[in-house]
Design a protein around this ligand. Structure first.
Ligand SMILES: [Zn+2]
Length: 459
């Protein structure tokens, strides 16, 4: 009977020993795991070079193994350290749980409040993880970034004295900005016309072609503005005079014959109206929505302009042609005696004999040569420094993108592609993103007084 007891106890010892070993092994492996040597990382969302009066610093602290335990950020200048951020994050605990593997750090730096002065400083960042290495201190990554504190706005010196402008027309301002690397240009009401360096050898000299849009009156507010890399902005006014212009009211009668002829080309290619819609509804969709899309494509193509003045002398007008519609004609479209749509015509329509050769109005680079919605087969030429000419409704395009052309080279032939009543050339000129009156650019006197004389005087 007495031999029965040990038989019952043995499995219990084995179980206890087994549990103990298991616990010891998992503890050991936990400790080994927590002795990981992978360095935590602090990564700025975007590199910081310059800080203005205030700056929002954003960065990610991360550690894939034991997790982030502490993030510390400071600015060091002239022997003094200003602490910006110091925070600790919970560990996994002994038996596990969640841990911060990636943490966004976002903080505002106010230069005046921190007593920082103009000039160089060091941004110091440190991040620790929950590793047991370094006698439980964890792995630490430390880095320094050289930054520049700049709270002074740049200054602008406008060098062109007179700016005699026409509503719907173009202008040129030449100015010097005190600091390099600024974003600058001429602001006309809510439109910004970027300035370009590289016309003059001094990199601080800029030229900016701008426009008084057809829908801005003579009391539009104009100024030159510049923003430096630290975000300090300066604006400077200049002398100008705006001549108001009245634009022609034009009634266009839309006939069923025109609709039957012109609408089918848009029906399959574009999802602009219900297939069951009437021809006049489809026309309105083309005239309104497709016009907007086509203009957006054009303006997007004008966002990048070469810093090279290709053009020279007055722009060419389509030879032996009659003007059929003017710039900024206020068009009312009449169908069966009622006005169905209103649009502004932002080019000049020129008609010659059908399929007439179309010359490049001036030297330039082909920025676009494709079928472009309501404008049909179109060519856009970049003349440099934000100045473009555009040719629409062509029957054939004879040039390819990026080809550099000379004034008079044939770019294609007139036609009726796109939304065109008859064979003609739709000729437009664009400054940065705004259609301008081409008439000015055909006039050698206007070019001399408003552009070339100014460029020569400053040279
Ligand atoms: Zn036109």
């Amino acid at each position: 009977m007495s031999t029965k007891k040990p038989k019952l106890r043995r499995p219990l010892y084995v179980l206890v020993a087994f549990l103990f070993c298991g616990l010891a092994i998992s503890l050991l492996s936990m400790i080994v795991m927590r002795l990981e040597g992978e360095m935590p990382v602090f990564q700025l969302e975007s590199p910081i070079h310059t800080i203005g009066k205030s700056y929002t610093l954003k960065g990610w602290a991360s550690d894939q193994k034991s997790g982030v335990s502490r993030v510390w950020i400071a600015i060091f200048q002239q022997g003094k350290e200003r602490m910006l951020f110091d925070r600790t994050y919970p560990s996994k605990g002994f038996f596990g749980g969640s841990v911060v593997q990636k943490q966004l750090v976002s903080l505002e730096i106010y230069v005046d409040a921190l007593g920082l002065s103009e000039g160089e400083a060091l941004l110091r960042t440190a991040v620790w993880d929950h590793s047991y290495r370094g006698w439980w201190a964890g792995n630490r990554s430390y880095s320094e970034h050289k930054i520049l504190i700049d709270t002074r706005p740049p200054t602008i010196d406008v060098l062109t004295r007179t700016h005699n402008l026409n509503q719907g027309g173009a202008g040129l301002a030449i100015y010097r900005v005190s600091e390099p690397g600024t974003d600058n240009g001429v602001q006309v009401a809510d439109r910004f016309f970027p300035g370009y360096s590289r016309f003059f050898s001094d990199p601080n000299f800029y030229i900016a072609f701008f426009s008084i849009p057809y829908d801005e009156g003579p009391d539009s507010r104009l100024y030159v503005m510049a923003t430096d890399p630290a975000g300090n902005t300066c604006r400077t006014g200049f002398a100008y005079h705006i001549n108001p212009r009245n634009f022609k009211q034009d009634n266009i009668v839309v006939s069923d014959a025109f609709l039957r002829q012109s609408i089918p080309q848009f029906e399959h290619a574009l999802n602009i109206a219900k297939p069951s819609a009437s021809l006049i509804d489809k026309f309105i969709a083309v005239n309104r929505d497709l016009r907007r899309t086509s203009d957006t494509t054009l303006k997007d193509a004008c966002k990048k302009s070469d810093t090279k003045q290709y053009w020279e002398g007055p722009f060419l007008r389509l030879p032996r042609s009659a003007r059929k519609a003017g710039f900024a004609d206020q068009r009312k479209y009449q169908y069966n005696g009622r006005t169905v749509d209103e649009q502004v015509h932002l080019g000049i329509d020129l008609a010659s004999t059908p399929h007439s050769p179309v010359p490049a109005a001036n030297n330039g680079r082909v920025a676009l040569a494709e079928h472009l919605g309501i404008y049909g087969k179109s060519v856009l030429l970049d003349h440099g420094f934000g100045l473009f000419s555009m040719y629409g409704h062509l029957s054939r395009i004879e040039v390819t993108r990026d080809q550099v052309l000379s004034r008079g080279d044939v770019i294609g032939f007139t036609g009726t592609t796109g939304l065109a009543g008859g064979d003609h050339l739709h000729y437009a000129m664009i400054v940065s993103h705004t259609f301008v009156n081409p008439v000015e650019w055909w006039d050698p006197n206007w070019i001399k007084h408003n552009v070339t004389d100014k460029l020569k005087t400053i040279k």
